[in-house]
Design a protein around this ligand. Structure first.
Ligand SMILES: [Mn+2]
Length: 346
């Protein structure tokens, strides 16, 4: 976690600025970070970043349009210096991915890894330690990034039905609890284009209790749940197909699909939970590229990924046991062959 002096400094920024523009990563951790800051200030505007891999100067248009008094960038690992330099107001970046080799200039940069390279506390848990409100949103984002935070006991006390006390790992929280369903809801409403995603997020800014969504006790909650159900139907169909295909796989479970929502991260997470002894690679083919999520419980992935890119054109990286990778469709077979080579026999 960030030192309390830094948490206080961020809180002061939120108290002293009335019109923040908040860019955030399009996953539950990013969304929940945005929601906490937005609800704390009570005003401002959020922009979901779907661009990959970099937040670039093309987004400056949005800054000029809105004229904010401060810009936040939450949970987004790669930001171009030109983007930062093009902003007239103050820029505050909060992240928990490995910091850039060349530190960003002209901004305040907060990342727990700067002090402790192993501390990758999700951004939504950092935001909670800043604002100290909306613990259910903070918890959703944090568990969405496979982490149980220090405020878990406090949360269990406030929302005992969402996460039973016996839960001791993020995996069990994700796949066996109501909180896990909430994480999935927050992930699935982001599918589709930015406009649709933002209109759902706007609805959530007005929701006071998670049961409004989970039990559909308010019109807002009902709206969110309906959107989730529609996406979930697609997801469950794909999951079923991949589970069947998995019976033929040995040490590597790989599956490529196209023409559907981007589910590679959600699918690979659920499949590695179901098949912890395999390496899981789920890819989505689109315009000549395959975007993949790679998971393993045992193997440290980033050095392997780096090694693969010496022979195959592509980019990607990520955490020790979870990586995002992009390869050209024409190179994909070669990529899989090489990958298999790096996985030790079961
Ligand atoms: Mn994150």
């Amino acid at each position: 976690m960030l030192p309390s002096s830094q948490l206080k400094k961020i809180r002061k920024e939120l108290e002293e600025h009335k019109n923040p523009l908040i860019f955030f990563h399009d996953d539950p951790d990013g969304v929940c970070s945005f929601l906490q800051f937005y609800r704390f200030v009570g005003d401002g505007k959020g922009i979901i970043i779907k661009s990959f891999p970099e937040l670039g100067p093309d987004m400056l248009r949005k800054v000029d349009e809105y004229q904010p008094d401060i810009v936040f960038v939450l949970d987004k690992p790669t930001i171009s210096q030109d983007f930062i330099d093009g902003i007239k107001s103050k820029v505050v970046i909060i992240d928990h991915h490995p910091p850039p080799k060349e530190p960003y200039r002209n901004c305040d940069y907060y990342n727990p890894r700067v002090q402790d390279p192993k501390d990758n506390s999700p951004v939504s848990s950092i935001c909670y330690n800043v604002v100290k409100q909306d613990i259910w949103i903070a918890m959703t984002g944090t568990v969405g990034d496979w982490t149980l935070p220090d405020f878990l006991p406090e949360f269990q006390k406030a929302y005992p039905s969402l996460i039973p006390e016996k839960i001791k790992t993020p995996q069990d929280a994700l796949f066996t609890t109501k909180l896990g369903t909430l994480v999935r809801i927050f992930s699935f409403i982001l599918k589709g284009n930015s406009y649709e995603a933002m209109s759902c997020i706007k609805v959530i800014t007005r929701i006071k209790h998670p049961d409004e969504i989970l039990e559909q006790t308010s019109p807002q909650g009902k709206y969110i749940y309906k959107k989730y159900q529609k996406v979930n139907q697609q997801y469950q169909e794909l999951l079923k197909i991949i589970k069947q295909a998995s019976q033929k796989s040995k040490k590597l479970l790989s599956y490529i699909y196209s023409n559907r929502n981007s589910f590679t991260s959600d699918l690979s997470n659920e499949l590695i939970y179901l098949f912890p002894d395999k390496v899981v690679l789920i890819g989505r083919e689109k315009s000549g590229e395959v975007k993949c999520s790679l998971r393993s419980t045992k193997i440290i992935l980033p050095p392997i990924v780096e090694e693969l890119f010496k022979s195959v054109e592509g980019y990607g990286g990520g955490h020790e046991h979870a990586c995002g990778i992009c390869v050209k469709t024409k190179d994909f077979e070669k990529f899989i062959k090489l990958l298999k080579h790096f996985i030790p026999p079961v």
